[in-house]
Each structure stands twice: as C-alpha cells, then as structure tokens.
Design a protein around this ligand. Sequence first.
Ligand code: PRP
Ligand code: URA
Length: 214
Amino acid sequence: MDFSKQKNITIFSHPLIKHKISLLRDKEASTNKFRTLIEEIAMLEAYEALSDLPLKEVDVETPIEKCKSPMIDGLKLAIIPVLRAGLGMVPGLDALVPSARIGHIGMYRDEVTHKPVPYYCKLPQNLQERTCVILDPMLATGGSAVDAVDMIKEKGGKKIKFLCIIAAPEGLEKLATTHPDVQIYVGQLDRELNKDAYICPGLGDAGDRIFGTK
Ligand code: PRP
Ligand code: URA
C-alpha cells in the first residue's frame, strides 16, 4: 500500500516531532525523560490532528467592548487512551483541551499469539456527537487499534481519529483498510515487525518505558 496516497493517513514530517522521536528511541533515556517526550510529541501531533475541532461562539467582554468570539467546544471531544501506554499521551492533549471528556480502553497483547486481550472499557456518553481521539503510541500488528475502534463504534462513535507515535507498515495497512473512515496520524513509519511483533527499529515496550516496569 502506498501510504502517501491514502487520504485517511497523515505521517508527520515536522522536524520537532522527528527530533523528539529520535530522543525517545534511545534505550538510555530515563523513565522521566521518556514520559516527558511522549507528552510533548502527543501535543505536537494533536495540534495538527485537532485542526478541524468544532468551534462555538461565546460572549466575551474585552477592555473595549462586548463581542462574540470562537472557542473550542471541548465537551464535543472524547480523548480515549488505550491502556497502558496510551495514558502517557493524555497530558499532551489535556493541556490543549482541558474540558475534553476522557474514556479508557484496557487491552494487552498476548505474548504468544500477539492478539489483543480486552479487560476494560469506559467511554463518555453520547459518543455519536463527539470527535473521538484514540491515543496509543505504538501501532504494531494493528490488532489493538482495530479492536479499540470496534469498541468505540459499538458504543456509537462515528467520527474517530487515531494518534500514534510509531507505526509498522503491517499495522498501518491493517487499520487503514479495516477502518477506512478513521483518520490515522503517525509520528514515524518504521521498517517492519520482528518475530515477536515488536516494531523495528521502534523503541521497545512503550508501556514499560513510560511506567518504569518490566
Ligand atoms: C502495546 C501498545 C499497543 C499494542 C500495539 O500495548 O501500547 O496497545 O501493544 O500492538 P499491536 O498493534 O500489535 O496490537 P501492550 O500490549 O504492550 O500493553 P501495555 O501498554 O499495557 O504494556
Ligand atoms: N508494543 C510496544 O510497546 N512496542 C512494540 O514495538 C510493539 C508493540
């Protein structure tokens, strides 16, 4: 698949995103540094991915006069991290849209089959009225992302965006073809998956590196 021709895929080229992803890959990066970089990259990606957020006119009184002025309708946004690693991206979006609702989808990959195992799902109400932004730094086989979108659609979600930091070609193609209506935003497209379904060169296990676990 030629990803550059796909309307539902954005692969970022901004130098700040590229630079921070290189810092993130470094196996010597501390937990604290890793977490900060994930937040910063998420914020940079969100700046672009949220460029079509709905605005509403509000009354504002300036020192000169009263006027109507546009503001983000934050109640129309649902931020949905995929646990655990997606949690690391939440502060980056929360800083931009603090009034957004936040849902959670819990799933982990089975170590042998590499298939996602769901264990939790709590989403904001009236999903059909919201822009749903799924957060997960890693898009590897694509199994977790496809299932997360399925869960959101089952609860009524219609306008869905998926933000990741590193993607493998295999997972990007799977998500883009299974859910062509979902807008996918990728910080960096990597080479391939290895036999353990880890992204190469990747950054290792994102959840473990964000939370300092093994
Ligand atoms: C990672 C990552 C994604 C998933 C991607 O989570 O955060 O959710 O793997 O892999 P896939 O595209 O092949 O499905 P993991 O299963 O390691 O869970 P964790 O975040 O709780 O460690
Ligand atoms: N999940 C991760 O955290 N890293 C990978 O490379 C693949 C899946």
